[in-house]
Design a protein around this ligand. Structure first.
Ligand code: NAP
Ligand code: G4F
Length: 341
């Protein structure tokens, strides 16, 4: 009989790549989907897998329905990737963020404990839990101190601790993947990497006349490719014991570095001038490509995230295929297809 996996967040970036991976490995994949007013399946269609997934229609806040899906299916694996995943929005909607990113996780763990104890559970934890006061040069690993800044990070840190608690108290196979930022052609359009690549291509090849407006250019992130990171999720849940693992590239770049690398890949020379809200990036003809808008600053931003994935490399034999340039090239290629069919 085929092994069964439930994925929450199956319509998201990671959920789509993970579903693709599990289908290729012969799993029966069940995906939790909530109702939306527009088509939520565009990523699954892009990967040509939407017909191969059994969809479970429910919102993560419908705790009883999630419970009954687990009871009925009794999956071998439960990957909890569904979340209100935009840090900025969590400041605007903290209670909703806590309900989905924290209380819903507790509901899943309670259900596994009560009715499906053999189900192995993966929780999508995040480098945002480390929060602030890290320097650009300070790498973070499984033993580093958490200091969450946003409602998103606080909710995720609580869910991380619940996952550990259920593992230690009830002997449930429950693991945390502490993933640093990871991107791809199917990254959500609000996130900064996608916004930069899509926005610059719209200016160069499309009809966009206004500059691309951004916030904090000096935050640094450790950016990997989502395809490499879903491989890590699979290795984490298949490891001989439940445990917590950092997944990162051990390279970090500022948002401004990311713009410069993207411009280099596009063959554009970008020249920076001005400071603070007046900083702009211009092309060689003097056209403003990038400007700053205070709307995109957060009440409190995590200034540096830089991960050390040594444990995942050593214990899981995890390897990544993409570096930052390969990631950027992959994202550009996807956007370019819109202009050159
Ligand atoms: P994403 O693209 O934003 O996907 C989030 C998924 O959660 C979507 O399928 C979304 O459904 C679903 N969802 C949101 N609210 C829901 C609700 N109330 N009920 C049911 N489903 C709901 O996020 P991602 O980048 O793939 O990230 C996957 C997970 O990893 C998230 O938990 C995120 O917090 C975590 N994470 C991400 C990163 C990263 O850099 N990508 C790093 C560390 C951790 P819709 O399609 O309907 O919106
Ligand atoms: O792309 P971002 O929105 O990602 P952020 O906040 O790091 O969160 C992502 O990674 C986390 C892992 O560390 C995940 F848990 C989370 O779910 C999500 O996937 O912002 C990255 C940086 C921030 O410092 C932000 O202030 O880019 C800065 N930034 C500058 N201008 C901007 C913008 N971010 C966005 N989204 N939009 C801007 O215009």
């Amino acid at each position: 009989m085929k092994k069964k996996a439930i994925i929450t967040g199956v319509t998201g970036q990671d959920g789509s790549y993970l579903a693709d991976l599990l289908l290729k490995k012969g799993f029966k994949v069940y995906g939790v989907v909530r109702r939306t007013s527009s088509d939520p399946f565009y990523r699954l269609k892009y990967l040509k897998i939407e017909k191969n997934i059994d969809f479970l229609s429910t919102d993560l806040s419908e705790h009883q329905r999630i419970t009954s899906h687990i009871n009925l299916i009794k999956p071998n694996f439960f990957f909890n990737l569904g979340a209100q995943s935009f840090v900025d929005y969590s400041y605007k909607s903290p209670m909703y963020t806590d309900l989905i990113n924290n209380t819903s996780v507790l509901n899943i763990l309670e259900t596994i404990k009560n009715t499906s104890k053999k189900t192995k559970f993966y929780q999508a934890s995040t480098s945002e839990m480390y929060g602030g006061y890290n320097s650009r040069k300070m790498t973070l690993n499984e033993n580093s101190i958490f200091n969450p800044f946003s409602p998103y990070a606080i909710a995720k840190l609580s869910a991380y601790h619940y996952t550990k608690m259920y593992r230690n108290s009830y002997n449930i196979f429950a693991s945390n993947g502490i993933l640093f930022n990871h991107e791809s052609p199917i990254r959500g359009e609000q996130f900064v990497t996608k916004k930069i690549i899509k926005g610059l291509l719209e200016i160069i090849y499309g009809n966009k006349k206004d500059p691309l407006s951004l916030g904090n250019l000096y935050a640094t992130r450790d950016w990997g490719h989502a395809k490499d990171y879903v491989n890590a999720m699979y290795k984490i849940i298949n490891y001989k014991i439940a445990d917590d693992f950092v997944v990162a590239t051990k390279k970090n770049y500022s948002v401004k570095d990311f713009i410069n690398l993207t411009c280099k890949n596009l063959g554009i020379k970008i020249l920076w001038s001005g400071e603070g809200l007046k900083e702009v990036g211009k092309d060689s003809k003097g056209r403003i490509l990038i400007n700053i808008n205070k709307f995109f600053f957060r009440p409190l931003d995590v200034n540096n995230l830089f991960g050390d994935p040594s444990k995942a490399i050593r214990k899981l034999k995890w390897k990544r295929k993409y570096d930052i340039n390969a990631l950027i090239k992959d994202m550009i290629l996807y956007e370019k297809k819109k202009y050159f069919k």
